[in-house]
Structures are given as C-alpha cells and as structure tokens.
Design a protein around this ligand. Structure first.
Ligand code: KG4
Ligand code: ZN
Length: 359
C-alpha cells in the first residue's frame, strides 16, 4: 500500500510559533513555542512583538518538529509544505509564510496554503498514535477561539456554510476581556473557568445574548458590558475592590450565560440541519464545562457523542491541525496545491473568510 504524504506545516497566525509534521491524518510531531509570557504584561497580543519572537524562534521550532517526529532534518524531506495564510495577525502570518516560501525554493516542494479555521476543524480529524475520531459527513463544527465563534456546516471538505457566527466579540475574546476586568491576567479563558468552578452561576443576573434573534448568530459584547456594570457597582459598594467571592461568582455567572447562549443556538441548528457528526474546535473547545453541555445536546439531538480533538494541544493554536487540513485539501481539493514556480502568488490574508480561495 502506498504511504500517505508527509507534510511539514507551520502556523504563526497569533502568539504561538508552531511547526508540525504529519503523515496523512497522523500527527508525527506538533512543536509549539508559546509567546504568552511576553504578551501577558500588555494584557493581550502585541503584533510586532509577536513578529519578532516568531522570527527568533521559527528555525529552532522547525528543527524540534523534525527531531520529535523521528525524521532527520539534514537528510529527510517532506512531500509538501503547509502554511496558515489567514485569518490572523498580518505581521505574525508573514513570518511563517516567508519561511515556508524559503523552504519551498530550497527543497523545491509544493505549498498547500491553509485557512486557520479549517485547521481548527481539522484538529478533530487528527490521529494521535492509534487513536482516531470517526467523522461522518455532513458535519457541524462549533468553532470557538479567541478570534472566532462560528457554526460551520460541511457536506464535503473544502465547502463550508457559515450557519451562524458572532456579530462582535468571539467567545474566547469575551473570556479574555472579563478576565482583564477582574484583574486575572491573560489569556483569561482558563483562569475564568477555573474560578467559575467555585462560584454561583445564578448569583448575578446577566442577560442571555441573542435569545430571540431568530437566527443562529451570537453576540458577546453586550454580555461583556453587563459584566463590567456589575464590576463597577460591586467595586463601589466594596471600597473600590472586589473580594474573592465576588470574583468567583462573576466568573460563574458570566460563563453560564456565555455558554447557554451558544448551546441555545446549537440546539436550534441541530433541529433544522441533518448532521452526521458534531465537532468542536478552537481554544475554548478545551473548556470541559462547554464540552459536557454540548455532549448532552449531541446525545439528545443526534444520538451520538461529541467529537473533540484528541488532546488539548490540538484545540489551541498548533501546526498539526494545519498539516491535517492541508492533507484533506490534497486529498479532496487537489488543485489547492501550489507548485514551487508559483509560490510568489501566495500572500497572507489577515481577514480571510473560510471559503476564500488563496489566489
Ligand atoms: O484557538 P486559540 O488558541 O487561538 C485563536 O485562534 O484565537 O484560542 C485562544 C482562546 C483564548 O481566548 C483563550 O482565553 C481561550 O481560547 N481558552 C479558553 C480555555 N482555554 C483557552 N476559554 C475558556 N476555557 C478554557 N479552558
Ligand atoms: Zn486559532
């Protein structure tokens, strides 16, 4: 039997420098160098700092990916290169793309440009060791990250229907902003969620966004502002600061409403759409509470389990998901492959739509 193609993938869309090697859907290595500790003190990602750090690290992360995959950087060559071209931060995307173009010219290898959001979907297709998910089309993917919150319906790989999406802040972004308001640090999702475990989700009455909007869209900026009003009011009543009880209750009340708003829409979508598999991807997909809520809905609405990436590293930004997405394009949309002679046509696309062609 012919062996699956070997793909070297790079993602520098935000604040992780990541390089992976995949063979077909199998992840051989998934090296990630996080910049979080540098951005933390600014309360969010600083694009030009991200660019500088990607530049400093990319070569060593490539070598690490080779080493961890068991391949030899001096001898072995992949069959294809894959790169995230968008959406993401322009200065950050540039670094990965330049490096991949350099390798393509040096090794005379074709490039498969990848949309980061198809990568978050592909995180569910990634096989780790002997573990794999069994995904049936058409599938619905719930993508929840720091930059996006959307429901994507897919009948065949490469064609996506955005059934609903956030009209303003993404879910991860709302977590991050609430964390900032409460003085918890960056990124805030994990911190808010951990504290929420100790809190009372019914303590502060927050409005469920978009409850009667009649569509499948989401919105988190009103909820974020409602939390801010409570923070201001409580501070005023408590000599200018919040005590621990207030913080954990605010975290729990926010998380409850933010998640219920999403699961309400999800239920409505599943009532209408025929869905073979339900997938979840993106950084917020590592939230266990959200997973259990959605798992329950999957059970009652499609009588199946929820498909999640096989480890947490495949939820947040990583290059293995980009490699797996590239492999699926290679298989189902082969004209996505760009030969070394044409690589100058590939450009970064910071605001890229999931259905957008690369050129
Ligand atoms: O997918 P990702 O790594 O980057 C983007 O493409 O945006 O997602 C990062 C986002 C951040 O907003 C972070 O706060 C959120 O995912 N996040 C979480 C959790 N872990 C990460 N949000 C809620 N609960 C978590 N456990
Ligand atoms: Zn992401």
């Amino acid at each position: 039997m012919q062996k699956d193609s070997l793909i070297l993938a790079v993602d520098t869309s935000c604040d992780e420098t990541s390089v992976a090697i995949v063979q077909g859907l199998r992840v051989l290595s998934n090296a990630i160098s996080s910049q979080i500790r540098y951005h933390k003190k600014f309360g969010g990602v600083v694009p030009f700092l991200a660019k500088r750090l990607h530049k400093e690290r990319i070569d060593s992360v490539i070598e690490l990916a080779f080493q961890r995959s068991g391949l030899n950087y001096s001898i072995d060559r992949p069959d294809y290169l894959a790169i995230t071209v968008g959406p993401g931060l322009a200065p950050a995307l540039e670094v990965g793309l330049e490096k991949i173009k350099e390798l393509s010219a040096l090794w005379q290898l074709p490039i498969i440009p990848v949309n980061h959001m198809t990568g978050h979907i592909a995180g569910c297709f990634a096989q780790v060791g002997k573990k794999k998910n069994n995904i049936e089309y058409p599938f619905l993917a719930v993508l929840v990250s720091g930059g996006h919150s959307e429901f994507i319906y897919c009948r065949k790989w490469g064609e996506y229907e955005i059934v609903g999406q956030t009209l303003d802040d993404a879910l991860g972004e709302a977590y991050d902003k609430v964390a900032k308001m409460l003085g918890l640090g960056y990124p805030g999702g994990k911190l808010v969620s951990k504290l929420a475990e100790e809190g009372d989700p019914a303590k502060y009455e927050l409005p469920i966004p978009m409850l009667r909007s009649g569509d499948y869209n989401l919105s988190y900026s009103g909820l974020k502002n409602a939390v801010r009003l409570f923070v201001d009011k409580l501070k005023e009543q408590n000599n200018g600061s919040l005590d621990r009880k207030m913080i954990v209750d605010l975290c729990a009340s926010f998380e409850e409403v933010a998640q219920v708003s999403l699961t309400n829409k999800l239920q409505k979508i599943l009532d209408k759409y025929e869905v073979g598999s339900l997938l979840i991807g993106g950084g917020v997909a590592s939230n266990n509470k959200l997973r259990s809520r959605i798992r329950r809905i999957a059970k009652t609405h499609i009588n199946k389990g929820l498909i999640c990436p096989l480890n947490f590293k495949l939820c947040t930004d990583n290059a293995a998901m980009i490699g797996v997405s590239a492999y699926l394009y290679l298989k189902y949309v082969p004209d996505s492959v760009i030969k070394p002679d044409n690589i100058s046509l590939i450009d970064r696309k910071p605001g890229m739509d999931i259905n957008e062609k690369v050129y």
